[in-house]
Design a protein around this ligand. Structure first.
Ligand code: 13P
Length: 249
């Protein structure tokens, strides 16, 4: 039985006052949940959020990480620094990082490895663009993105990792993959891991992300291979985020 995980990716949103109001409501109302709930604020707010969620059921994550352990990399943040501030999770390979910041499969795999070396649990994001889906390349693209990581770290590393399938065309667009479309890709991801190790595949949590809202969360999370969600816009609205957590519960 895989425990469901709902992770909020705040992207580049937030402010001190706004974060405390948002988390005051979420921590109060999430207290009885069985699913795991994580929030991934921007770097400068990690310390604030770490203190705001103390004693609550929430866990902390970051949105990206350097592939380097330390050194002359101006503007970058290492995995050990994230661990210092209580992060359990870190997103790697979010499509916005891939598309806007040039992160290749090779770089993403290096970040994944760096995260694990510091004791963090990477949430590996994969997903196809609209063009790739229309060309019938969804399976190929997602398998390639996953292979890059599996080839570098080996299947055993997936025991302490999470995968998030986020079709790029569904992110921030209000267009959600249908539960059947999402389930098909999730099953393919699990099958790819199962081909290397059945036990690891059975325990692997695969989240869906892309316009998850209170109205569609329950049906998505009800699919066999969907183990929770990676939430963008709705993670910034306490009522919506809580309703999505409840759907995963
Ligand atoms: P939205 O939920 O806003 O579509 O964002 C999804 C996402 O990118 C989460 O990482």
């Amino acid at each position: 039985m895989r425990r469901k995980l709902v992770a909020g990716n705040w992207k580049m949103h937030g402010a001190l006052k706004q974060n405390s109001a948002l988390l005051a409501q979420i921590t109060a109302e999430a207290s009885g949940l069985f699913c795991e709930v994580a929030v991934c604020p921007p770097y400068p707010y990690l310390a604030q959020v770490q203190s705001l969620i103390q004693g609550s059921v929430l866990t902390l994550g970051a949105q990206s990480v350097s592939e380097h352990p330390s050194g002359a990399f101006t503007g970058e943040v290492s995995a050990s620094m994230l661990a210092d501030f209580g992060c359990r999770y870190v997103l790697v390979g979010h499509s916005e990082r891939r598309a806007l910041f040039g992160e290749t499969d090779v770089v993403v795999a290096a970040k994944f490895e760096a995260a694990q070396k510091a004791g963090l649990v990477p949430i590996l994001c994969v997903g196809e663009t609209l063009g790739e889906r229309e060309a019938g390349d969804t399976g190929f693209v997602v398998a390639r993105q996953l292979s890059a990581v599996l080839d570098r770290v080996g299947v055993a590393a997936m025991v302490s990792a999470v995968v998030a399938y986020e079709p790029v065309w569904a992110i921030g667009t209000g267009v959600t993959a249908s539960p059947a479309q999402a389930q098909e890709v999730h099953a393919a991801i699990r099958a790819q891991v199962a081909a290397l190790d059945l036990g690891v595949a059975a325990g692997l949590r695969i989240l869906y992300g892309g316009s998850v809202k209170p109205r569609n969360a329950m049906e998505l999370f009800g699919q066999l291979d969907i183990d929770g969600g990676l939430i963008g816009g709705a993670a910034l609205v306490a009522d919506d985020f809580l309703a999505i957590c409840l759907a995963a519960n």
